[in-house]
Ligand binder design. Sequence first.
Ligand SMILES: [Zn+2]
Length: 93
Amino acid sequence: MIQINQYDIEMLKNINEQRAWEIFPVFLDHNPDLCVCRSCVLDVMAITLNSLPPCYHSEEHNMSAARNKVSDEEIYRKMKEAYLIVKERPRHD
Ligand SMILES: [Zn+2]
């Protein structure tokens, strides 16, 4: 039985998740009517990330390779779709 703790599992990162969080402030600038409560922001990001393919890396990553698979524009477009869903049916109180 291997000890999973011996591996640096914290090193595994989804590049597309990191990219989505980088794009989010730009998205907010262009969509100032988006509710920025915790519930709405996390829902937008969850829907966005579920609609994007994951792109995990374990060490130094090649960002341009990730961009060749999914463009920044595509991430932005998915975020816009997620925003419209959340705007239609917000779960905040
Ligand atoms: Zn909200």
